[in-house]
Every structure is written in structure tokens, then in C-alpha cells.
Design a protein around this ligand. Sequence first.
Ligand code: SAM
Length: 214
Amino acid sequence: MRLRKKPGVREAMANYPKLVPQDAEQYKGKWREFFGNNNPIHVELGTGKGNFITTLAEQNPHINYFGVELHEEVLIKAVKKAEEKGLANIAFLWINIRELESYFAPAEVDRFYLNFSDPWPKKRHAKRRLTHNDFLKQYKKLLKAEGCIQLKTDNEGLFEYSLNRFAEELFLLKEITFDLHNSEYAEGNIMTEYEAKFVQKGMKIFRCIAAHPA
Ligand code: SAM
């Protein structure tokens, strides 16, 4: 889907320096200074309009959250949600996930969330999938030894692909479900914007946790 560029979105982002730090790279390895505490760090990759991550931040004030998103047209909606909720434990990185290592130091992150990532079904686009080995190697480096990745998707092909790539990178797979909303893991599940649409259509949601191999 091609997103229409709305005039002024870039300028609007600059109005939220506490939520979208302009000089974010300088905090690599030092995010505790930005938040003023030593709380765990949880990062959603491809956060979209931000319902998931802002709800989590509201529910868990003792965890610091990040929403990472490339497209400013959707990111600004997530930022505004955080502003409206008055959240002090969340920040947004307006970057490509490929650049994550410029923003987090090794073992700085406690958890990554991958929610409804683009499936890129064509084989020649496999390197763009956010669970391609190149991405998983990056996440593995940035995660703490006891850290994990939680993945949700509506796409069976991407789910199967991801389980195989996690296994190749020696992540320990657990809490796998092929129908999240009718599983023991449904309680407390926070829906993303995409998830709500898929569930409304009666589609099943796949979900797993991949624990760091250390
Ligand atoms: N997680 C949200 C949800 O479930 O509602 C959004 C899902 S949407 C299908 C995928 C999002 O990931 C898009 O907003 C897209 O811009 C973002 N994205 C994809 N690749 C990215 C990348 N390499 N870096 C940053 N964001 C990316």
C-alpha cells in the first residue's frame, strides 16, 4: 500500500521531542539517562498506529517502551496516542529497523515485539521479512541473555518461515499457538490495529515466543 504524504507531518513530529528524541543515537547504551531510571526496555518493531505499545506502556509504568516505525504518516498517530495518554515511559524511533544497532547497545533490550509484520510472500523479497536471519542476528545481539521476541501474525506462511528461522538461529520456541484468541494465551492479549481488523474478519492469529538462546 502506498501512503500519501501529508504535508507538515515531519514538522509535527518535531513538536514531540520527549516522545520522538531528535538525537536518539546519542542514547545508545544510555537509555536509562533518557528515561531517568533503570527499568527494562521493550521494543515494538513496525509499530504502526501504536495501539499495542501505548496500551502496554499505560498498563506497565515500570517498563520503558519503544515504538520503531519508518513511516511518519502512521507514526505520528502513535505519538499522538502516547501524548494524549500522558505517557512518560515510551519513546518512538522514526527509523528503519535495519539501523537498530545504531540506537541500542548489545544486551540493552529485554524484549522485542513483532506484530503483523509485512509477509513479503515473494521468495526474492525474503530478505525484507523482519524474521530473516539477518534481522534475527541483529535482535539476538541487542537482546539480554534472558530476553525474548514475541511474534504475532495472521499469515501462516510468514509464521512457518519465522519458526524455522528462529530455530536456525537457536532461539528457544515456546507458547506457540495457531489460534491465539481461542488459546490459553488469549487473556490479557492487547490487539494491534491490524489484529483488530483480522479478528473482525474471523481470521486466526498465530503467535509464539522465541527466547534468546543464551
Ligand atoms: N504492528 C502494527 C499493527 O499490527 O497494527 C502495524 C503492522 S503493518 C503491516 C507493518 C508496519 O511495519 C508498517 O507500519 C511499516 O511501515 C512498518 N515497517 C515495515 N518494515 C519496516 C522497517 N524496515 N523499519 C521500520 N518500520 C517498518
